[in-house]
Design a protein around this ligand. Structure first.
Ligand code: ADP
Ligand code: MG
Length: 373
């Protein structure tokens, strides 16, 4: 089922001593979760992700705006009638109940006609346990499970009511790195298998990029950009989005455009047709540097790191806004690790220009790319 948020705003009373009035946690948010897809809601801590989830599931009432499940306006519908399954960061399992009892709990809480028979409850709980592969753990208590297993129980508990929508709020942040990777793949698999419309909240860009059909990037309660992960990465609409996506992060330089050429530290490094003379922020993805003996970008070489498949070149440049410039290249043969200097040409499709004040992307003619929305 398709979910649509329309001009959703949430203000909270400001309880601070100095600032009175209200603070806006979510502002005029409009986006869609297409039926059967997994959308990643991504943004730094405090940008309004949890508030957005809480409005979708009905725990928070929006100040203004509407929420649609399919064609139905659910904005005023109480949470228990929305058919939403929710998974939180801290699992929130009942410690005194077994795994099976935890999964059964939401069904036992159903009232009246919605409440299935005992056998039906058990059948559904076992089916859901099988789906998340915890059949052998049914008699254990939460403290006898690993973090990854606990999170799977939490997912089973959210799915057992066969919700119309699954909401996951930073579900992997309590897991160690390896389990995080494994569990996110499992969530992805479960979502594909059930086809349930899912919103996955995270502040981890890699996590969001790797499992989402689409991502929505937020900052300060406002939607910055949405699209397929690769499209947002390749075509960021703002300096913020370009910096938020990608590991290692994008390299930012101060630059000038003069007569259709981009200058870094007064050296022309790239043609930028159609851009008027102005000061800009320049973002260069790590894979946008091509080692070249007479390349126009001259850097002082700090070190060369061989990372197995790739090679990372760490260097400095006078116009760099980051401490170090980091370039990822394919083979160490391309660079003399003992040299004091390294020179690069830039791949035009990996270089983005942004307005110095608004930090909005500046379109460059003839690159085959317009700036995003
Ligand atoms: N119940 C509340 N009362 C007042 N302020 C709140 C409340 N809930 C969240 N906020 C504020 O709203 C902003 C967004 O919070 P939240 O949605 O939890 O962000 P995120 O989940 O992205 O970290 C934060 O500044 C937070 O302090
Ligand atoms: Mg949160």
């Amino acid at each position: 089922m398709k979910i649509r948020l329309e001009n959703l705003t949430k203000r909270f009373p400001n309880r601070g001593k100095k600032a009175r009035g209200e603070m806006t946690a979510v502002e005029n948010l409009t986006f869609e979760i297409p039926d059967g897809t997994l959308v990643g809601l991504l943004g730094p801590s405090g940008c309004g992700k949890t508030t957005t989830l809480n409005m979708i599931c009905g725990l928070e009432k929006p100040t203004s705006g509407q929420i649609f499940f399919g064609e139905e306006d659910v904005t005023a519908l109480p949470p228990e009638l929305r058919g939403v399954g929710m998974v939180f960061q801290n699992y929130a399992l009942y410690p005194h109940l077994t795994v099976l009892q935890n999964i059964l709990f939401p069904l036992e809480n159903l009232k009246g006609e919605a409440r299935p028979s005992r056998e039906e409850m058990r059948r559904r709980a076992l089916e859901t346990a099988a789906l998340v592969q915890i059949e052998e753990l049914l008699d254990r208590r939460p403290k006898e499970l690993s973090g990854g297993q606990q999170q799977r129980v939490a997912i089973a508990r959210a799915l057992v009511k066969m919700p119309r929508v699954l909401l996951l709020d930073e579900p992997l942040s309590n897991l160690d790195a390896r389990l995080r990777l494994q569990t996110r793949e499992e969530i992805c698999k479960i979502q594909k298998k059930t086809g349930i419309t899912t919103l996955f909240v995270t502040h981890d860009q890699e996590e969001a990029m790797s499992i989402s059909d689409r991502i929505v990037v937020m900052k300060g309660g406002v939607l910055m950009q949405e699209g397929a992960p690769q499209q947002v990465y390749d075509d960021p609409a703002s300096l913020f989005v370009s910096k938020f996506l990608g590991t290692p992060p994008i390299n930012v330089f101060t630059g000038e455009v003069r007569q259709g050429k981009l200058l870094l530290d007064d050296q022309p490094v790239l043609d930028t047709p159609g851009v008027s003379d102005r000061a800009v922020w320049v973002g260069v993805r790590p894979e946008g540097f091509l080692p070249q003996a007479d390349g126009p970008v001259q850097c002082a070489l700090t070190r060369v790191e061989v990372l197995g498949r790739d090679v990372s070149i760490v260097c400095t440049h006078p116009a760099s806004q980051n401490g170090a410039v980091r370039a990822i290249i394919r083979s160490e043969q391309e660079v003399d690790a003992s040299a004091a200097q390294v020179r690069f040409a830039l791949r035009p499709d990996k270089v983005f220009l942004f307005d110095r004040d608004s930090e909005v992307r500046i379109p460059v003619a003839g690159t085959g790319r317009e700036a995003g929305q």
